[in-house]
Ligand binder design. Structure first.
Ligand code: NI
Ligand code: MN
Length: 230
């Protein structure tokens, strides 16, 4: 599996010629190095309804003629309002597709779809995603607080790479993300959801150093950088 980071919580995953993108917040992302028009993906996966995660999903789905995979509430809303293909699912469930499969897990956060002027459409519950392509598993924690069931996610799954928010204020901060990392038992961690805006400034290199002090492996990806796991 090849994993490319595009800043904030946006990751492109590739395996065997198939590509999917998670939380495609691209056009309004100050760290973007990519144009959403350049993407060719088989599916778009969303962790929750906030605009810094839904991002360019509708435009990409229309152009690539591919589904948006999201919780039931977000999927039905986007299908009705934007006439895009959707694949609804929900927490605890797994969806299989030609490119691989995804299981929706818990996250502790909000999920309202932003309508502007402080108004929200109900967006169901936020989620994390366990994404399997080939025989590798990528865990995208979504926006979340630290929660005890991360221990169970780590016990029940062999996670090859986990992306964890470290920005604080809206999600876990660096210290709680270190605790999450010890619980999840992933082979490698990528920090996300930091430095996109002043309220979530963090030093990801310091966080990765703290991981190594705990005998855990982390990697800081700049926007556009990739890692491959065989
Ligand atoms: Ni959010
Ligand atoms: Mn967010």
């Amino acid at each position: 599996m090849k994993i490319t980071y595009y800043g904030h919580s946006c990751f492109l995953l590739e395996f065997g010629g198939e590509k999917v993108i998670v939380d495609p917040f691209i056009s309004d992302n100050p760290h973007t190095v990519m144009k959403p028009e350049e993407l060719e993906v088989a599916a778009i996966l969303l962790t929750h309804g906030h605009s810094d995660h839904v991002g360019d999903a509708v435009n990409i789905a229309k152009r690539c003629d591919c589904p948006i995979i999201a919780n039931y509430e977000i999927a039905q809303y986007l299908n009705a309002k934007e006439d895009v293909k959707v694949e609804p699912m929900h927490i605890g469930g797994t969806l299989s597709a030609p490119w691989g499969k995804v299981k929706m897990t818990l996250a502790f956060h909000g999920s309202g779809l932003e309508l502007g002027a402080g108004k929200f459409e109900y967006g169901g519950l936020p989620a994390g995603l366990l994404i399997r392509m080939g025989d590798r598993t990528f865990y995208h924690a979504g926006d979340t607080a630290l929660f005890g069931d991360m221990k169970i996610i780590g016990e029940l799954n062999h996670i090859d790479v986990a992306a964890l928010p470290i920005g604080d204020r809206f999600t876990m901060g660096p210290e709680d993300a270190l605790i999450a990392a010890t619980w999840l038992k992933s082979d490698c961690y990528i920090p996300m959801h930091y430095n996109t805006m002043p309220a979530i400034q963090q030093d990801p290199h310091k966080w990765v150093k703290e991981l190594s002090n705990r005998m855990l492996r982390g990697v800081v990806l700049e926007s556009g950088q990739s890692i491959s796991i065989e």
